[in-house]
Design a protein around this ligand. Structure first.
Ligand code: ADP
Ligand code: MG
Length: 697
């Protein structure tokens, strides 16, 4: 690869400075190495020849073999075009050029057999192709098989740099520089995993002979990308673990035991016990913990977090719990102070709306150590909040809280506190291993006993009457309900209107019930007030936007109606659904859509009606939407742009790469063996933004 990296693309035969510049500007291809890593996005089968008479509907790009009958120039000046009449015996079509008319006219001879490759369009009662690729039949015959189709830009096409051009460039590279490519992966690793050699893989991905070979090549190239990524993540984790010794909490004392024996409101589920054991082992290890706790909505994460905080307290440390919203923070505060209030544990709430006096008192108690547990919003990481001795931090429902932000919490101590990140958003394994690869993972995979799965159904506008009837029955039994509307930036005005109209409609339909109303644009105090009305059952129905998406706990609410459900993502729908089914009663979730929805949309929504398992929902979501902005969560230097691997669909290769990376680091933490020289070099090139992780950890 070295020579390819050193060779500017413009020096490849047929490229030159002008095209070289365009390639760099449009596709970021500056060197031959960049070109080699610019993989085709698909392939056409060169041995397949279509008949013009069989064209129909929306056609893909196809090949036709035939002869030109005549050429005519139409129009004049800058608008002139050349039209060639082309027939394959079954029918004729027009081939159209808008530029280089003279040279083309001289180049192609009537009567000679050619193969043209392009996208047929139906126009003026006949088929035509604009600017197709054209080869003599003899040449096409010699290049049978699969031909790569390369990603391009409109601008390149206008300057007549086509997929064909890139193919020709690659053909030259294949003859000249490709043979010099050495494989950075050690032979032993390649052999063990049955991976194709790099040179062979690169050749095969640009010039595949068949599907099996192409498949092997893709696997090899995907593996390599993911292997470097995993090596980088694991290397970072090990570095951090080596460096950051943490508080060692050996004691299980009066807080934990007292709570367990006297105040535990219900027996722990096996899954809760298992997770507490895992965390306890971390806390006793003398190394700083960074753990992600996943558990579906309602699985009882709060209790686990509380019991772990009690271990910290038993060892003379303070603990802190941070939630994304005021509502959630105050709910946690209520729950926790109720649970441990009788034990002489000092719990306080700190949010943006905590008044100055109270705030001051909290600051003082934190510094003199008399405050044991601080619960709050982002307010708890403001610079003027100083703990005497913070040993354990819980971050709730904020799995997007990146490494750097977590690091800010550590900055508050001379010794980094243990960190537990909790989320109900199920994170598929592939993502857990990459985007969150720096965290250990615990899972609560069991709900408390007696929960009934939420009954979910898909309903259309014309069923609204029935839906409201069913809702009426629930209300009559004293249950509460959520009705959720989308509020999405691009459609803010329209959304606001439908939210308001919906609110009025609900009030009119249920005149004897009390309806609360919240959306994100309200003042926080008003929002909190409305939420409190619902939480304390002074309101029966809550009409809301997704502000209620996360964490809110009102076990008496048994109905969730989601309007315009097609506009929500699956994970979001799952979160919303998690607001009901929190008590022992059968709960219902109704997904409302307009009557006409696309097939894809219906399929997506049917995932919701077919399962209540958050992991299945998340996997399906990931497959349908791709990892999206989740990939961005790891921005800070740990991620690379994946050119060929796909976190959503390449789960197995991610696992393979992770295992291989772990084995490699186990036997050679510094990657210092001579056979790893290539890997080391690639890593430096990929990650040479040289992030100093010690700064962050
Ligand atoms: P989440 O994991 O979604 O944050 P919570 O911690 O809010 O879930 O718990 C959901 C509900 O389940 C709460 O009302 C809580 O009191 C209850 N709960 C938690 N653990 C248990 C258990 N072991 N048995 C019964 N109910 C439990
Ligand atoms: Mg929760």
């Amino acid at each position: 690869m070295e020579r390819l990296r050193r060779t500017d693309i413009k020096y490849v035969k047929g490229v030159g400075p002008k095209r070289g510049e365009l390639l760099e500007k449009e596709l970021g291809i500056r060197t031959v190495a960049d070109m080699v890593r610019h993989y085709p996005h698909s392939y056409v089968d060169r041995s397949k020849i279509y008949k013009i008479a069989s064209f129909e509907g929306e056609m893909p790009s196809v090949q036709v073999r035939g002869r030109f009958i005549s050429f005519t120039t139409q129009g004049d000046g800058s608008k002139s075009r050349l039209v060639g009449l082309f027939t394959d015996g079954s029918r004729a079509m027009e081939i159209v050029w808008f530029n280089r008319i003279r040279s083309i006219r001289e180049k192609y001879l009537p009567g000679t057999e050619y193969v043209v490759f392009g996208k047929p369009t139906f126009f003026n009662n006949g088929w035509s192709m604009v600017h197709p690729e054209i080869d003599s039949a003899a040449k096409a015959e010699s290049e049978k098989g699969m031909r790569g189709v390369y990603p391009l830009t409109e601008k390149l096409r206008n300057r007549s740099i086509t997929s064909r051009t890139l193919y020709e460039i690659m053909k030259t590279v294949r003859q000249t520089l490709l043979p010099t490519v050495k494989d950075p992966l050690p032979r032993s690793l390649r052999q063990r995993l049955g991976l194709m050699e790099l040179r062979e893989a690169l050749e095969a991905i640009h010039f595949p002979e068949n599907h099996t070979q192409l498949q092997k090549a893709r696997e090899r190239l995907k593996f390599e990308e993911l292997f470097y990524l995993q090596l980088n993540i694991l290397r970072y984790c090990r570095n951090r673990d080596r460096k950051s010794s943490g508080y060692q909490f050996k004691k299980i004392g009066r807080f934990f035991n007292g709570f367990y024996n006297e105040f535990l409101p219900f027996p722990l589920t096996e899954a809760q016990k298992k997770v507490i054991r895992e965390i306890r082992a971390d806390l006793g290890s003398g190394r700083q913990m960074n753990r992600l706790l996943q558990g579906d909505v309602g699985s009882g994460k709060t209790l686990v977090a509380l019991m772990c905080m009690l271990i910290a307290l038993d060892n003379g440390s303070q603990a802190c719990l941070m939630a994304p919203t005021e509502i959630l923070a105050s709910q946690h505060y209520e729950t926790i102070s109720k649970l441990v209030g009788a034990m002489g544990i000092n719990v306080k709430l700190l949010t943006g709306s905590t008044p100055g006096k109270a705030r001051e008192r909290i600051h003082n108690q934190l510094e003199d150590g008399t405050l044991h547990i601080l619960i709050g919003t982002h307010a708890v990481i403001e610079d003027n909040v100083k703990f005497r001795n913070l040993g354990f931090v819980v971050i709730d429902e904020q799995h997007r809280f990146g490494v750097a932000q977590r690091a800010r919490l550590w900055g508050k101590n001379f010794m980094p506190p243990h960190v537990l990140v909790m989320t109900a958003t199920p994170i598929p394994r592939t993502l857990a291993m990459t985007v969150y690869g720096d965290l250990d993972v615990s899972v609560i995979d069991e709900l408390p006993p007696g929960r009934k799965p939420v009954h979910t159904s898909l309903r259309y506008d014309q069923n609204r009457l029935d839906v409201y009837k069913a809702l009426g029955r629930q209300l009559k039994e004293g249950r509460q309900a959520y009705i959720v509307y989308p509020l999405i930036k691009e459609n803010e005005k329209v959304d606001m209107r439908s939210l308001e109209v919906g609110y009025q409609l609900v009030k009119e339909t249920f005149p004897s019930y009390r309806v609360a109303y919240v959306h994100g644009r309200m003042k926080p105090a008003e929002k909190d007030h409305q939420m409190m009305l619902f939480a304390t059952h002074q309101a029966d129905i809550l009409v809301a936007t997704t502000v209620i998406e996360v964490g809110v706990n009102v076990p008496n609410a048994t109905t969730m109606i989601i309007e315009n459900a097609e506009r929500f993502g699956l994970s979001q729908l799952h979160q919303l659904r998690g607001r009901v089914g929190r008590g022992g009663d059968q709960s219902f979730c109704v997904l409302m859509t307009k009557t006409k929805i696309a097939k894809e949309t219906r399929k997506r929504l049917e995932i919701m009606t077919s399962t209540t398992d958050g992991f299945l929902v998340a996997e399906a979501d990931l497959k349908m939407r791709g990892p999206g902005d989740l990939e961005g969560t790891l921005q800070s230097g740990m991620a690379i742009e994946l050119k060929i691997a796909n976190l959503a669909t390449d789960g197995q290769i991610v696992q393979l790469a992770r295992d291989a990376a772990r084995d490699t680091l186990d036997s050679d933490p510094e990657l210092s063996a001579p056979e790893l020289a290539g890997v080391r070099r690639e890593m430096t090139l990929l990650f040479n933004r040289s992030v100093d992780w010690s700064q962050i950890s």
